[in-house]
Structures are given as C-alpha cells and as structure tokens.
Unconditional design. Structure first.
Length: 646
C-alpha cells in the first residue's frame, strides 16, 4: 500500500515543494483513515507498582487518569496480583494466607482509587492479575516460592527431577492443581463482587505453565487417574503430554470465563499472552483456542519487539491464527518502556501505522511510565497522530459504557446553592480551596447535577480530614422521590479523598442531588464542603444506554480552563505563523512543537487572557516539513498540525 512508503525518519530539509506536498497528502489520507476508525478502538495502558509511583498516592492516580483521558486513552489496566500479594484489600486472601494486601499498600486501596478516578475521567478499568500462576520472583536463587509455597508446599509445580519449577527467575505454582485454580478464581470473584469494573486481564503467566514442569504430585495423580494409572512421560516435550497439560489450562480459563459471566456478562475477559507458537512451546499457552473459541473477549498479543520488521513478522504470524471475525477483538500489545529501554517516537509511529494498515482496532501499551518519558513525548506523539479523536472500546453495543463522571465543585455557582455563613478557605481539597463554616445559625450547600439517564449512580464527596472538623457532617441525598441521610466523620481519617455515600437511583434531568448542612455540628468544630462526584454504576445499571448527546460535560482535575483552538494562520507558513486559541479563563499554558518523528523542537510558556489569544511561532531555525503542536494547561491539552514550507 502507499502508506508503507511513509516513514517518520525522512529528512524533509532537501525535498522539493512537489515532494513535500506529496508527503502532506499522504499524511492527510492517513489522518482521514485514522479518523474513520477512531470511533471504536481499544486504547489501554498497563499500570504497575514496579518502576512507577502512580499507585502509591491518590493524587498521582487522579493526575494519571486525567493525563490519559486528555490524550485519547479509554482504558487502564492496573496490577492487582503481584508476587503473592494483592494490590487491593482482600478478605479472601486474608482468610487464605493471613495477608490482606501487599504490605506497601497497607491502609490504602489503590484499586478503588484507580476505579473512582478512571471512571470520573471516562476510562474503563481492567484489573490485571499480572503474576498469574507465578508465586514469586526468586531470580533462580533459593529459597523458592515465596510465602505462598511456605504455607502451601503442595501448590508448587515441579520439574521431572523433583526440583521446584523455576523459569526466567519466576517460581511457579501448579496451574493444574484445582486448589491453585480456586485461589485465582476466588480473587477474580472477589474483585468482581467488591468493585464496579469493566474487565479482567490475564497475561503471559496465566494460564501458563513452563513446559519443563507439571511433575508435582497433585498433577501426576490427576494424570494417572485419566491414564489407567500410568505416569506422565519423563520427556516434558512429549506432544501428547504437552497437549494434556495445555487442555487443563484451557479448562481452567473456561472456568474463569464462566465465573465472570455468571456475575456480570458485560465484564470483558481479556488476555495479553506471549506470542504463539512460542507461547505454547515454552509455556503451554494455547492462545488460538482462547481467542477462537470465545474464552477471551479481548486479545492483546504481546508484540514486544524492538524493530519494525520483527514487529511486522510477529503481527502477520498472529493474524494468521485468527478465526474469521476475531480480528475485531484483537489489539496490538506494544512495548513502550521496560528497564532502560524506551521505544523511539519514530518506531512507535511505524508500529501504530502498521496496526491500522492491518485492520487492528487499537493498542494496549506496556507500560504507563513510558508515556511520561522525555516530557511526555510518546504520549503527545500518540495524541497528535493517532488518538486526536475520542473512541469507545469495541464491543459495547455502540454506546458509551463509561461516560465521564458528573463532578460539581463547591464553588461552581451554576450548580451549587449556598445558604448561611460559609468561608472559602485555602485548604487543599479536590481543588485548592474548600468551604468551611462554624456558624451557630443554619448553613447548608446544595449540589445540582444534570443526570444523563434513569440509572443507579454511586455518589461520592471529597473529604479533607482534620482534628478541628466535625465528626457529624450531615449529608442528604435526594433520589427517586426519596431522600437518605448519611453521616460522615470529617475529623479522623487515614487520608484525604473520595468518600462514598452510597448507590442511589436517579431519574434523568437537572435536579438537586445532595445537601450538606450544619444541623449536627458540634460546638467549636468546623463543617467543610468540597466537591461531589456521581459515577454511573454499571453493576446495578448494566443495560442503561448513554448517548453522546446525553454525556455530561465534566471538569478535569485540577484544571479550571476551557481551551478552544482555531488553528494557525497562515498554514502552510514561512517562517512565522500565529496560533489562535480561546480560553475561558486567565491561565498559564505551555506551547510544545514536535516534528513528524515526534521529537520536541520548540517549547515556550505563555499567559492567556480570558477570550481570544494569539501565540506567535517562528520556524526560522527549522527545516521544511510537517509539525504538530500542543497547548497545555494544568489538566487540559489541545493539539494542532502545521506545515512549514521554505
């Protein structure tokens, strides 16, 4: 195809005007193709607790979700199972092994914070059981297995010489042992019961078993019971023995699917395995079976390659295994960053162009921190070239599954009503200020929301804790011709953040949703009022259809800006152009300009006044070519394209 001839590595400085215009035409055609496909794409990114600090702070989680939403992403894949620990408080695991959560998250619930902030921003959430059937990373040095095997030695998988199953530094559980399978299914069930999620994600370690392994006593006994008492072959590479173990893993995955569907059929079962046939030969991952028989709803093969031709080869090989129609659920897994490696913008562009040429409907990236490298270079490249238009996750019946949350800040005059004596004080809440009162006379603040559908909504308030605040904050929720009073302690909490008042059914329309008042205020204490958040509860309202016209406009943390771009004039230009932008508020912004390879070539700070503004840009020091620019405030980003012709 003609698209194959376009490479972001082209040096544009020596091209004739005719050649340059040809390239501009190619980019225009490419952009039109993207825009035609962008309505339904999976755009996900994995978030880990290794080499990343996002999950360790609720404000960083909120900032990350806003960052992704502003750059066109629609899904996050946070780790919830790592080295024998969960990254959420698990009563199931507490009962099983006596440990509720990864000790570094004790007293917090990172998964809950991610779900709230992601859904607020309109992102889907897929808890990722990253370690799968691996119990620990020993690096190949004993003792093996970690705390799980210390408590349950019968769970360990073994090699045919009786040694612990360890491969590439990971120590393995026996994925054929039904007790081990029940451990995973128990956690999947718990996550689905406890949280309003959009999918679950298994990857290269589940279901999986190193081909050298499977000789533990439990697996051997199961094999003997099905083979007239005969022992499994000592040759671990025996074809029939491999097939038997792979089938057991397939049966487990079908159990997972049935467990998920029995609780909520709209929750996606996603898989991001290693590449077939290597995945089968080394880890018994029967990937075509999972995809083609319907066990998996989403398929994100790990096309983790470091050059274009290797990526092309693996993509073609993967597509050749798919049954008709299964390309629609296939999204490219791209390695963005690991260790000291970060993919170059030019190679990333080539990968994503190839995905679209092959008809794939999106990507899943490993992992989030790569997007932030080099001043967000990769994220901004993706936004400018591929994710400039919003997209819904495929398979959601052409309806927004996760509309943005309805957020009303306490100082939003259009949606709040203040009664009595309140003071706006510089206390860091959802935004820099909160309202506070210690008045003896009646004081209240009411919140109004434009509810987008008849549906169940989860209602939250943002709480800042302080010993001078009341322990009896009285909130009244008005719902479905009824009201419910909820008392919240604003005095003693572990940290600041969203507090859920409950799940309530609301009718569509503009209505008063919430009131906080001082009727229970203790003498000498303060009552505070901060932001209110409403999130559509998909567990309780799975069939509600939200149309784009009904989707509410919401603020993005922590921005107070509303930027509108009119483009740049002249365009093409030589050597100067004026970028016209309108702002709702006075605000400081950063202008960044990138070349077609995604490299930052210019950056400048500007102050916008409320209304129309003009930003001057001079390209005297740049070569002829196509450039992309972004204008960003604290929580918002807008993008444009321009052509320099010399």
């Amino acid at each position: 195809m003609m698209m194959n001839n376009f490479s972001p590595k082209i040096n544009l400085s020596g091209l004739t005007v005719l050649n340059l215009l040809s390239i501009v035409l190619l980019i225009t055609i490419f952009s039109a193709t993207i825009n035609a496909q962008v309505n339904y794409e999976f755009r996900g990114v994995k978030i880990t607790d290794i080499d990343s600090d996002v999950m360790f702070d609720d404000r960083k989680i909120a900032e990350a979700m806003d960052f992704l939403a502003a750059r066109g992403f629609n899904a996050v894949i946070p780790v919830v199972w790592n080295a024998g620990y969960t990254q959420y408080p698990s009563q199931f695991l507490q009962n099983k092994i006596g440990v509720e959560i990864d000790p570094q998250f004790l007293g917090r619930d990172p998964l809950n914070a991610i779900i709230i902030e992601a859904h607020r921003a309109g992102l889907e959430v897929y808890p990722w059981f990253e370690y799968g059937f691996a119990s620990w990373y020993s690096g190949g040095t004993p003792p093996y297995g970690g705390h799980l095997i210390q408590q349950y030695p019968q769970w360990a998988s073994k090699k045919n010489d009786g040694s612990h199953c360890t491969k590439n530094g990971f120590d393995w559980l026996s994925g054929i042992n039904t007790d081990v399978q029940d451990l995973i299914i128990g956690m999947v069930s718990e996550v689905m019961t406890k949280y309003d999620i959009d999918g679950i994600e298994f990857s290269d370690r589940m279901p999986a078993l190193p081909v050298e392994c499977g000789y533990d006593s439990v697996t051997v006994e199961i094999y003997k019971s099905e083979h007239s008492g005969n022992l499994p072959p000592q040759d671990y590479d025996n074809a029939a023995w491999k097939r038997w173990r792979a089938d057991k893993l397939n049966q487990f995955y079908a159990r997972v699917r049935d467990t998920v569907y029995s609780k909520q059929q709209d929750v996606m079962v996603a898989t991001s395995p290693s590449l077939y046939p290597w995945a089968y030969e080394e880890y018994l991952q029967d990937v075509p079976n999972w995809v083609n028989t319907g066990i998996a709803d989403q398929f994100l093969p790990q096309l983790y390659r470091y050059d274009y031709f290797a990526y092309l080869q693996e993509l073609n090989s993967t597509l050749s295994t798919l049954a008709p129609g299964k390309k629609d659920i296939t999204f490219a897994g791209i390695l963005m960053n690991v260790g000291s490696y970060t993919v170059s913008p030019s190679l990333l562009i080539q990968f994503m162009q190839l995905d679209r040429q092959k008809g794939l409907k999106g990507e899943g990236f490993f992992f989030y921190e790569g997007l932030r490298k080099n001043s967000n270079q990769l994220a901004d490249t993706i936004r400018a070239l591929f994710y400039s238009q919003p997209a819904e996750v495929p398979g959601r019946n052409n309806s927004p599954w996760r509309p943005k949350g309805i957020l009303v800040n306490e100082d939003d005059a259009a949606y709040t009503s203040v009664t009595g004596n309140w003071q706006l004080v510089p206390i860091l809440g959802y935004k820099p200020n909160v309202y506070r009162t210690n008045s003896a006379d009646y004081a209240a603040i009411s919140y109004t929301a434009d509810v987008q559908a008849d549906a169940w909504q989860s209602v939250y308030v943002y709480i800042v804790s302080n010993s001078s605040f009341t322990s009896n904050a009285r909130y009244t929720v008005y719902h479905n011709n009824d009201s419910t009073v909820v008392i919240v302690d604003q005095k003693v909490r572990n940290r600041n953040g969203w507090v859920k008042l409950g799940d309530f059914y609301f009718k569509k329309g503009l209505r008063t949703v919430l009131k906080v008042d001082n009727t229970l205020l203790e003498p000498g204490k303060y009552l505070i009022s901060d932001a209110m958040l409403m999130l559509l509860n998909r567990k309780l309202s799975p069939d509600v259809v939200i149309t784009s016209a009904d989707e509410p406009e919401t603020e993005v943390l922590p921005s107070e800006t509303d930027l509108q771009l009119s483009g740049n004039y002249p365009n093409p230009f030589n050597p100067a152009t004026v970028i016209k932008v309108k702002s709702r508020y006075d605000v400081s912004v950063t202008l960044k300009v990138f070349n077609s390879a995604g490299s930052l070539v210019a950056e400048s700070e500007h102050y916008l006044r409320s209304g129309d503004n003009e930003l001057q840009f001079n390209g005297s020091n740049l070569a002829s070519g196509n450039y992309f620019y972004s204008i960003r405030s604290r929580g918002e980003i807008i993008n444009g394209k321009m052509v320099l012709l010399k």
